[in-house]
Design a protein. Structure first.
Length: 277
């Protein structure tokens, strides 16, 4: 019996050692769940392949079922690399030892969309109506709420309905379950023709910094430098192809600046409030 226990223990230790070795050879690239998991993982696989070729590591694309789960796993420091909204990126840098690697060039905006055949022309026309938004933790949902809190007028009374993804918010509106939807400009571009051909934009939010790529501080400096250079190279190679990464805001890249941090500070505080204790 002692011999069997010893063999079982040896096999368990060998299995654990193999798992540790495999994990050491892998990096996880976690993508914010602004579209379905299948769509995101498939779209980001070419980037994973490129990063893997340049770093010598296997880079595995993952996401989460929803933003709450993604944010909690991020703050629990489960991911090696993450591509996320700018307010969540700053919170992860503050709370979870992540380092901003780069941000997409340009800006992120929220768009208010309606059915192309509707009579709505501006946010004030939607008083008393239901508005579909993506998850309540997204930068887009926070910008979307601002459409109904104008600085120079009384708040506009509407009902918010949150969805897991940007495209499901758009579909909710097209099904007639909401009068309007709010989506990110970068999320609208990859949506189906069925959606894009049947909507009309009636308002655009102010601009905020684009999505950010983070790397955890446990990743060695040499590897972080390789990831940085490989990401810039990939963006340069693929930007002219108008591929998925370019369409969601990474047609070029820049560092995250102090000015970006100051602009995003109120949204970071709002994210903390929405996440709760």
């Amino acid at each position: 019996m002692a011999i069997y226990r010893s063999r079982w223990l040896s096999m368990l230790l060998l299995l654990l050692a193999c798992q540790v070795a495999r994990a050491a050879d892998e990096l996880t690239l976690a993508i914010e769940p602004f579209l379905s998991a299948r769509a995101l993982v498939g779209a980001f696989q070419p980037l994973c392949n490129h990063l893997g070729d340049k770093t010598g590591k296997k880079v595995v694309a993952i996401t989460a079922a929803n933003y709450d789960q993604y944010a909690q796993r991020l703050l629990n420091q489960e991911f090696d690399i993450a591509i996320i909204g700018p307010h969540t990126a700053l919170l992860a840098a503050q709370k979870a030892n992540y380092l901003p690697l780069l941000k997409g060039e340009g800006f992120l905006k929220a768009l208010m969309i309606v059915d192309k055949n509707s009579t709505y022309q501006k946010p004030a026309d939607l008083k008393g109506q239901t508005i579909a938004l993506p998850d309540h933790l997204t930068m887009t949902s926070m910008l979307g709420a601002e459409f109904f809190r104008p600085a120079d007028a009384a708040p506009i009374d509407v009902r918010f309905r949150y969805n897991d993804f940007h495209n499901t918010a758009a579909l909710m509106m097209l099904r007639g379950e909401a009068a309007a939807a709010v989506v990110a400009d970068s999320a609208l571009l990859p949506m189906s023709m069925e959606i894009r051909e049947n909507i009309r934009i009636i308002a655009e939010s102010k601009q905020v910094p684009q999505m950010v790529m983070l790397v955890h501080s446990r990743v060695p400096t040499e590897m972080r430098d390789k990831l940085h250079d490989a990401m810039y190279e990939y963006i340069k190679i693929t930007a002219q192809q108008k591929n998925f990464l370019a369409r969601v805001g990474f047609s070029a890249a820049k560092p995250l600046t102090e000015q970006d941090s100051r602009q995003l500070a109120p949204y970071v505080e709002e994210l903390k409030r929405r996440l709760g204790p």
